[in-house]
Design a protein around this ligand. Structure first.
Ligand code: SF4
Length: 329
């Protein structure tokens, strides 16, 4: 069953200019953050949304949770359209749709004890008969994310624990309402490599235990190995390729995906020496003034004339495999 579906999602942000400049120019520039993104996630699956900084992946996650209003497009959750739900309806739905942010320190109130931070969503959504029951639920969840002894962690403040432990608290807070869907936005990006793999393993265990569906947003393709069933690669506000994790890794089609895969470090250093790195030249273009045609053409070694005129459509090559590139038209 499809749990989440987005159709032609668009988000343009107005560029702020100063008052004097605004008097002399009629042109109002926009940041083209998301430019017609469509995908589906099956219940119990993890879709990795991968791309460099500025690709629009974080904005896509925020649009889905209605933390930003889309400029255009439609969002469906569990078969119901949620695009134009009001604040109150959305507040109720957030019990089932949660987010884990990149920086646990910034997402936790430094003056709130950890147990109270994890209990807070239970209070907001009136879950648990009374405070004692809510406390029991928090203790169980702290234990489940391996913050033991849980009673001790309950009374600590965020600054009194490590970065990895703080992210476990954020995960506990996200899962305490037993959501169906979780957006993990660069959830392990700020952690050391060893802590990162422990957290990814925990997220996988919790996914199976609670039948979670994840949208796993990351700039680091290597981390998708541990957790993703499918991968969608974003570039300058568009999905350029989507497929199963295996297809994307073993047979990347789009030149940008090939470049990303070539940059993933090899666990075997000897294999890494042989692997040719295809890092694209130059920077991601400015989303205020994106290139005409295929957004990747200024950096693409295979660009032809047609690539500069019209953006290629995302076409299905085979079941479950989509690519936006004139090499496959
Ligand atoms: Fe390169 Fe053209 Fe394909 Fe874009 S459409 S990725 S420029 S070959």
């Amino acid at each position: 069953m499809t749990l989440l579906k987005v159709e032609n999602l668009v988000k343009h942000f107005p560029v702020r200019i100063n008052f004097v400049k605004a008097l002399f120019t009629r042109e109002r520039k926009k940041v083209h953050a998301v430019n017609g993104v469509s995908f589906e996630i099956e219940e119990g699956q993890t879709l990795g949304l991968v791309g460099e900084s500025g690709s629009g992946k974080t904005t896509t996650g925020r649009l889905i949770l209605k933390l930003e209003e889309p400029t255009a497009g439609r969002i469906f959750f569990a078969g119901k359209e949620i695009t134009s739900l009001g604040a109150e309806e959305m507040r109720r739905l957030r019990r089932e749709m949660q987010i884990i942010f990149q920086d646990p320190l910034a997402s936790l109130n430094p003056y709130m004890r950890i147990g109270e931070a994890v209990r807070h969503p239970l209070v907001i959504h009136s879950i648990g008969e009374n405070k004692r029951r809510q406390r029991e639920m928090v203790i169980e969840m702290l234990e489940r994310v391996n913050l033991r002894p849980a009673e001790e962690f309950y009374n600590r403040f965020p600054r009194q624990i490590s970065g990895g432990q703080r992210q476990r608290v954020v995960i506990a807070r996200a899962l305490i309402t037993r959501p169906k869907f979780v957006v993990a936005d660069e959830a392990v990006a700020m952690l050391d490599v060893s802590v990162r793999s422990q957290l990814l393993k925990l997220m996988m265990d919790l996914k199976h235990e609670f039948n979670l569906t994840y949208l796993f947003i990351t700039h680091d393709l290597a981390t998708t190995k541990y957790i993703c069933d499918r991968i969608a690669v974003m570039y300058l506000g568009r999905i350029v390729e989507e497929g199963s994790f295996k297809d994307i890794y073993t047979d990347p089609k789009h030149p940008y995906t090939r470049a990303l895969i070539s940059a993933v470090p090899e666990p075997d250093p000897k294999a890494g020496e042989k692997k040719k790195k295809l890092i694209p030249a130059g920077e991601v273009p400015n989303p205020i003034d994106p290139p005409s045609g295929c957004p990747f053409h200024p950096r693409c070694p295979y660009a032809k004339e047609v690539c500069k005129t019209a953006p290629p459509k995302l076409k299905e090559l085979e079941s479950g495999r989509r690519v936006a590139c004139y090499l496959y038209s």
